[in-house]
Write a protein that binds this ligand. Structure first.
Ligand code: SAM
Length: 371
């Protein structure tokens, strides 16, 4: 089966994520993928004609090179015209652009769950049928409804937390995922929803309290029937069994010296990102920040190296800073990391830098594995 992942503006992250999860097809588990589609064996019209009785809703997204709103609309209307001629009742979802936005697809029910509500994707001569659309509402809910939030530590979006965990590769359900800079617990929360046990530490007592409150909240939500609203749809019976026990442990600890008590299967975290700049830092400020953040991440990796087994994946988001030329300056720490006993998986790539437009402090994702 050939799949197509619609990846939004940071395609590299999503591709790496899909590869790491061995092409997982559950959209709820793929934070970096907006839509997932399956290549169609039949022509779109032939496929639509096989659908059971009742009104059909069609959306067309054209991701071909020179696609326009007009080209997508014309494909949709062509299909509608023929189907109507064959006596079918058809509604076409209006295109505002060549491709339907994730919100439009989701809110029109085109997420692959109802066989008569279909989004078709055109890429040049190939056609795909959408089998999953990112539930942006569920991500927003489990971000905004958390009881303990703190804008000062920077809000890691839940979908990026999922990407960090997925980049660890395939882990067994119930594996222990450590976040040694757990902050308010976003990575830990997503780890639990993906079926893992969460182990968090943070140097700040306040953050540890926040994480505890947030995790108690998400676990109680994931246990009850309303779990769906929080995107815990991948809740499987092993996860429910795991949730009936305490699926997390959190304590205060300095990541550069702490001795973790549990055995660790994977590490996924957003490290200390330094000062939250709202303007481009000066050369002096940049030097200071690189030193401070670099020391913490290297101190942590050195401490961790003694405590994890060979092949343990470690995925860490570190800061990168916007420069006047529009590029990002990264920490130059890869050689030191290798000397500490890690393989750097994405060494040869440009790096996976995650940022909004003009965001001053971006997140640069390092994918490591203990040698
Ligand atoms: C960018 S925040 C992480 C935010 C977190 N991912 C979240 O979503 O809330 C970095 C965290 O690292 C913690 N921190 C800073 N230095 C640390 C150290 N040496 N050891 C452990 N935690 C540290 C801070 O208290 C802060 O909570």
């Amino acid at each position: 089966m050939k799949y197509l992942a619609v990846l939004g503006r940071q395609p590299e992250i999503s591709i790496a994520e899909l590869e790491a999860t061995n092409f997982c097809t559950d959209i709820n588990c793929l934070g970096g993928t907006l839509k997932l589609a399956e290549k169609m064996e039949q022509k779109p019209l032939e496929y639509l004609q096989t659908l059971s009785e009742g009104k059909i809703t069609i959306g067309v997204s054209d991701y071909s090179k020179n696609a326009t709103r007009k080209s997508a609309t014309s494909e949709a209307l062509k299909l509608k015209k023929i189907l109507v001629r064959h006596g079918r009742s058809v509604r076409v979802v209006e295109n505002k652009e060549a491709a339907l936005s994730t919100a439009t697809s989701l809110h029109n029910g085109l997420s692959g769950k109802n066989e008569r509500k279909i989004e078709l994707i055109k890429v040049d001569d190939e056609w795909y049928r959408v089998i999953g659309v990112q539930d942006i509402d569920a991500y927003a809910k489990r971000d905004q409804a958390r009881p303990a939030r703190d804008a000062k530590v920077g809000m890691l979006p839940p979908k990026l937390a999922q990407v960090l965990i997925n980049l660890c590769g395939q882990l067994k359900k119930g594996s222990v995922v450590l976040d040694p800079f757990c902050g308010t617990g976003v990575v830990l929360q997503e780890a639990i929803l993906l079926g893992y046990r969460a182990y968090g530490t943070d140097i700040s007592e306040r953050m540890v309290e926040y994480s505890k409150r947030n995790l108690e909240w998400i676990v109680s939500r994931a246990r009850d029937a309303r779990a769906r609203r929080y995107g815990a749809r991948c809740v499987s019976s092993p996860l429910v069994a795991m949730l009936s026990k305490q699926p997390f442990k959190i304590s205060v600890g300095d990541a550069t010296s702490f001795k973790w008590e549990q055995s660790i299967d994977a590490v996924a975290c957003e490290g200390y990102l330094g000062k939250p700049f709202s303007r481009i830092p000066s050369e002096i400020e940049l030097k200071e920040q690189k030193q401070e953040c670099g020391d913490i991440v290297l101190g942590f990796l050195k401490n961790l190296a003694k405590q994890i087994k060979k092949d343990t994946p470690v995925v860490i988001a570190v800061p990168a800073w916007l420069r006047p030329d529009g590029g990002y300056e990264r920490l130059e720490i890869v050689d030191e990391i290798e000397n500490m006993g890690y393989n750097v998986n994405n060494k040869t790539r440009e790096g996976l830098i995650y940022h909004r437009d003009n965001q001053v402090v971006a997140r640069d994702i390092l994918i490591l594995r203990k040698k």
